[in-house]
Design a protein around this ligand. Structure first.
Ligand code: 5GP
Ligand code: MG
Ligand code: MG
Length: 181
């Protein structure tokens, strides 16, 4: 069933902010062997928009980390799948995720990438939720800070739907009671 979605961050706001982040990353990584390691699947849309704003040579790579199977939002064991992740040893890695919630996913990935011999590891997130973080991790690049609500769109899903929406939104309150837990 499709729920109504209220716009939280518009397409224009996202475009502007992603552009600014891209330019910031471009300035910071001049002359460095940058690999952007995007966390599947939620960061795919921001990845595509962001990399086209970064005017320095860099590689794109993908890694999967899931702690939210199906429709549940209760964290389970984090599973890292690096089938499509290249060798990052000696590279400056920028981990890119859609949203920083508790911080468990990103902090585990930072450790993982460091263990793989990366020269440096930084983090970028499109969104960061207020008052939810359980792990002390400061993202190096952050698009927007948002209230504690379950958001979808621009890559983010609810039970694998809504990723295609060009904006970030909140599932309608009335529907939400019967929706994500
Ligand atoms: P963390 O490990 O920081 O708690 O969770 C990060 C992951 O949880 C994100 O990569 C994302 O997949 C999922 N997540 C957390 N909050 C939301 C949300 O509001 N909406 C959606 N769609 N996914 C979320
Ligand atoms: Mg995720
Ligand atoms: Mg998800």
């Amino acid at each position: 069933m499709q729920h109504a979605v209220k716009v939280l961050i518009s397409e224009d706001e996202i475009r502007e902010r992603v552009h600014a982040l891209g330019k910031q990353i471009e300035a910071d990584y001049q002359g460095r062997p940058l690999t952007i390691l995007a966390v599947l699947t939620g960061s795919l849309i921001v990845l595509a928009d962001l990399v086209r704003r970064i005017g320095v040579p860099h590689r794109i790579a993908l890694i999967q980390a899931s702690s939210y199977p199906g429709a549940t939002t209760t964290a389970t064991t984090l599973v890292i799948n690096e089938t499509f992740a290249p060798d990052v040893s000696g590279r400056d890695v920028l981990l890119l995720d859609d949203i920083l919630d508790t911080g468990h996913t990103l902090s585990a990935l930072v450790r993982h990438v460091a263990d793989r011999g990366a020269k440096s590891v930084r983090t970028a997130v499109l969104l960061r939720k207020v008052g939810r973080q359980e792990v002390p991790l400061e993202p190096d690049y952050c698009g927007f800070t948002i209230p504690n609500a379950f958001v979808v769109g621009y890559g983010l899903d609810y039970d694998d739907d809504y990723r295609h929406l060009p904006f970030v939104g909140v599932l309608d309150q009335q529907d939400q009671e019967a929706g994500p837990r």
